[in-house]
Unconditional design. Structure first.
Length: 216
């Protein structure tokens, strides 16, 4: 089972897109939403029944943290004990510790648009170019993260931005694994509005690669 957070710490449409991505992944997931207004609440008991916990995109990290802070110990214990965490955009920021779940020790999560020589400077929705496993691709993007890894960090970099900064990584946390992505590989056609278009078309293979690389 994959638990997908849906609640005030996520924007409408983001949990549903992550759920669809998980449902369509090569590994067959039964997806369940969890959150304060869902039939299933986020707790240690519900996490114990899951293989994956996914934190979708949303707004500002500090605001989201106020809704999620009470669950941080349960999520950290779930991953440390062998669970898998997937963080998309805001969910990637929240994997860190400023503020966040504290799942990362040798990986810093920072804003890409504020990094040196970033190809995107604003926070409006756009498309960003990345190199994913050596191939040039494009992804939906809105103020996503990049990741700074210490030299000996046991992590796999799946994708980089044009600056060489990591755009998607998989790393470890205790006995568990953490998959993080700054852009949005889950974005479906409905996300592309106001002239924003993906030259690659709407494809979900990059998101599936992130999922499968995290759980293997």
């Amino acid at each position: 089972m994959a638990l997908v957070y849906r609640g005030p710490a996520a924007y409408p449409g983001c949990p549903e897109a992550v759920a669809a991505l998980l449902s369509g992944a090569p590994t067959g997931f039964r997806v369940q939403f969890c959150g304060p207004d869902e039939h299933v609440r986020l707790s240690a008991d519900t996490l114990a029944e899951a293989t994956v916990y996914a934190q979708p995109g949303g707004g500002e990290a500090r605001s989201a943290w106020r809704s999620l802070r009470a669950h941080s110990d349960d999520i950290r214990a779930f991953v440390n004990d062998g669970g898998h965490y997937l963080g998309f955009c805001l969910g990637a920021y929240l994997a860190g510790g400023g503020p966040g779940f504290g799942l990362l020790t040798d990986v810093a999560v920072e804003s890409y648009v504020r990094s040196a020589k970033a190809s995107v400077r604003g926070t409006d929705s756009t498309v960003v170019g990345v190199t994913w496993r050596g191939q040039r691709r494009h992804m939906y993007f809105q103020d996503g993260a990049h990741f700074r890894l210490q030299h000996d960090t046991p992590a796999t970099v799946l994708a980089t931005y044009d600056t060489g900064a990591a755009a998607a990584v998989v790393t470890t946390c205790g006995a568990g694994r953490v998959g993080l992505v700054g852009p949005h590989p889950e974005a479906d056609q409905s996300w592309y509005t106001n002239g924003v278009a993906n030259p690659d078309g709407i494809r979900f293979d990059l998101g599936h690669d992130l999922i499968e690389s995290t759980i293997r």
